[in-house]
Design a protein around this ligand. Structure first.
Ligand SMILES: NC(=O)C1=CN([C@@H]2O[C@H](COP(=O)(O)OP(=O)(O)OC[C@H]3O[C@@H](n4cnc5c(N)ncnc54)[C@H](OP(=O)(O)O)[C@@H]3O)[C@@H](O)[C@H]2O)[C@@H](O)CC1
Ligand SMILES: Nc1ncnc2c1ncn2[C@@H]1O[C@H](COP(=O)(O)OP(=O)(O)O)[C@@H](O)[C@H]1O
Ligand SMILES: [K+]
Length: 504
């Protein structure tokens, strides 16, 4: 499912109108009717529904929606909240059809009367402003949104909650706080940003007949269950452990053995054929007691942390994950530098490894084997040298710029994880829940991703599948047996088998 900017949506719309000959008024009829159908799924028959209608084409959708619901016998009040002269084009045509259908149109002239109507509504439908929002809300939309947000009724937005920008990078706005947003044709970027996502509530996308042929294809999509089922590698009946890849996990220390232990176990639970852990000698007993199936490469250590460089011993592996619990001393920096220069297999770098790699980005750029970086927002801010707030206002743009300029796969983790290829293709994984907001879950993800790197034909598919399986496992567990409060990283590992049963 595509994710678009406002401009990309307008382009798709224009191509459909100009090249396919679908008129704008037909698209509007289709958008309003589909939105009405979606509203029907969220309201009761007896609900009093108040539709707020603005000046542009979003308001045009509102006229169609109000007419459709009235035709179907719902209790609807349609309020035009802008002066008559503001309404033109397709929206004006649909206003005329609405009035010619003999349905009453209320106009915002008396604020007290309007406030009373809002207060007695069970459902508010916002068709005031969509992708055409330009700058902070002006009067009267600003006051209407403020009033609407104070009501305890259900709030439903059409296409975008009024005031919320469609694109990333805009932080100065007031927005309609929707319980549900019925998105027209394609998801807008702001549905995935931490500062705009909460305004959307639950999201439903409706299809309005725009020809897929003219879509700006494939460069930014949501990775979904169907994609996972289609691309997750199947285990052949005649396969042997070597067919599923030999993975190496480098990291951990005497005082931090847990992170590599869970990474290793997660890699094995995700199908890696063989997993070896390279860690400080003194950490091996505690790691091996948790992952009996792994083998070990003892590394020299100082004060419990890795110091030894054994890069020549690492060449035999098909993929390597490094950084979890490895620490930040200067020897680790040297090890990272050697890995980048000498190890010619796919390399995933996480956690402390990301801290080290900031100084080694030139080495990253010249490396020919693939590199995957898996930062959370704080680690990504460190890598870019920008404040967290700034990168998270525009995570699509920052991810793309970083991945393309350094030639890496970037997995920017969060409730909406953005996965970017070195070519700039972007996919978003929205699986998972707040049960994952706990230490150790990132280490589990690294293990899963290593296993996917070893087994997948397409690197990008493998990374997306790994993120999806990680999040979906948390969802399955919190639906069935666990609470979000009590979920542990190790529970996610134990739940992986169940996810693979469902998705492979
Ligand atoms: N595939 C598609 O694309 C389809 C799109 N469709 C629908 O069209 C929508 C896009 O329509 P759109 O382009 O007319 O923009 P829209 O969001 O209605 O806003 C424009 C109006 O808002 C006003 N305004 C702007 N900023 C403001 C502010 N800060 N504060 C206050 N007012 C502000 C602006 O006023 P002006 O600046 O001109 O004075 C103008 O009057 C889209 O979201 C979808 O719902 C479907 O019908 C069919 C297929
Ligand atoms: N609220 C949330 N919803 C969905 N996924 C989440 C949420 N919070 C965290 N996650 C996921 O949990 C993982 C946390 O990783 P990270 O921050 O590196 O944890 P750690 O440092 O403990 O290993 C990421 O995969 C992230 O996408
Ligand atoms: K809207």
């Amino acid at each position: 499912m595509e994710i678009v900017t406002a401009q990309e949506m307008y382009d798709w719309d224009q191509l459909a109108i100009q090249s396919a000959g679908i008129e704008g008024k037909v698209l509007m009829e289709s958008a309003g009717r589909e939105a009405a159908r979606a509203v029907e799924g969220k309201v009761e028959r007896h609900d009093r529904i108040l539709v707020l209608i603005g000046a542009g084409n979003n308001g045009g959708d509102g006229f169609v929606l109000a007419r459709t619901l009235l035709n179907r016998g719902y209790h609807v009040q349609a309020w035009q909240v802008v002066p008559d002269e503001k309404i033109s084009g397709d929206a004006l045509l649909h206003k005329e059809i609405y009035s010619a259908s003999n349905y009453p149109l209320l106009k915002l002239e008396d604020w007290e009367e309007f406030t009373a109507a809002m207060q007695s509504a069970d459902v508010l439908v916002d068709a005031m402003l969509g992708i055409g929002a330009n700058g902070p809300l002006r009067s009267p939309l600003k006051e209407i949104v403020e009033l609407a947000n104070q009501q305890s009724c259900c709030r439903i937005a059409v296409d975008l909650p009024t005031g919320v920008p469609a694109d990333e990078g805009v932080v100065d706005f007031d927005g309609f706080r929707a319980d549900h947003t019925i998105v027209i044709a394609a998801l807008k970027m702001s549905a995935f940003l931490q500062h705009t996502r909460p305004y959307y509530g639950e999201v439903e996308v409706v299809e309005i007949g725009l020809p897929v042929k003219y879509k700006n294809k494939g460069r930014r999509v949501v990775w979904q269950a169907d994609d996972v089922k289609r691309t997750l590698p199947k285990r052949g009946a005649d396969s042997h452990k070597g067919s599923h890849g030999r993975g190496l996990i480098i990291g951990g220390s005497y005082s931090m053995p847990g992170s590599i232990a869970v990474s290793a176990k997660a890699a094995l639970r995700s199908g890696a054929g063989l997993v070896t852990v390279a860690t400080a000698k003194s950490a091996i007993p505690s790691v091996s007691s948790y992952v009996q199936e792994a083998t070990f490469l003892p590394m020299n250590e100082k004060d419990g942390a890795i110091t030894g460089h054994a890069v020549e011993d690492f060449q035999q592996f098909d993929g390597v994950a490094v950084g979890m619990g490895i620490g930040r001393n200067s020897e680790v920096q040297e090890l990272m530098s050697e890995l980048l220069a000498e190890l010619n297999v796919p390399l995933l770098i996480d956690a402390d490894g990301l801290y080290q790699v900031k100084e080694l980005l030139e080495d990253v750029e010249v490396r020919s084997a693939p590199i995957v970086l898996t930062p959370h927002p704080g680690e990504f801010a460190h890598l870019t040298g920008e404040p967290i707030s700034k990168v998270m206002q525009s995570p699509f743009a920052y991810s793309k710029e970083f991945a393309c300029s350094h030639g890496v796969y970037l997995v920017l983790k969060g409730p909406a994880t953005i996965i970017t290829s070195p070519e700039g293709d972007q996919r978003v994984d929205v699986s998972g829940n707040a049960g994952l907001a706990k230490g150790g879950t990132g280490d589990v993800l690294s293990g899963i991703l290593l296993a996917m790197m070893l087994q997948s034909e397409s690197f990008m598919d493998g990374l997306c599948n790994g993120c999806f399986i990680h999040g979906s496992t948390a969802e399955l567990l919190t639906e069935a047996s666990h609470s979000k409060t009590g979920l542990l990283a190790t529970d996610v590992i134990e739940g992986l088998s169940q996810s693979f049963r469902i998705f492979s």
